[in-house]
Design a protein around this ligand. Sequence first.
Ligand code: MN3
Length: 197
Amino acid sequence: MYTLPDLPYNYDALAPTISEDIMKLHHSKHHQTYVDKLNAALEEAPDLKQATLVELLSDIGNLPDSVRMAIRNHGGGHYNHSLFWEIMAPQAGGEPQGKLGDAIREKWGSFEAFTDEFNSKALGLFGSGWVWLTRDLEILAMPNQDTPMMEGKGEPLMGLDVWEHAYYLDYKNKRDDYIKNWWDVVNWKFVEQRFTQ
Ligand code: MN3
């Protein structure tokens, strides 16, 4: 059975970028629901309990019809949010250093050019979804709880939740302000570890 992971910091730690109210609701209600519905889906298909979540999401097309959509949405939701909490931290932000920083500057020319492309894909995503940075340094906007794993692109390095539940209490309809401010809480040390491991 899957369980809700603890946040690696307090609910108020990311304020004012993301308020305590949003973090509580997002983690203890939204994420908990993904966990509960993923577990319920696996009760319907107990053979799948032996597989890891990464295996399930990477092979989404071959799952039984009866549970494929539930695992796509709620398994994706559980994976994505578990990662999201880890790639953020208080007193974070800035520019990535080390190999990841070098690779980003090599591909985009500057860190700013990288964030410009990421922000414009986040702003342009219609409805609910995520913007991902893949292991191959591709920026992908994907709907709902879809992940690059579902396209054979491996576990993402990082991603931004642009569902309204992630920002609406603080930012209302101003998704652009949420996206711009979010960079202040990106935990580049953690993302760099994912890149080099
Ligand atoms: Mn969310």
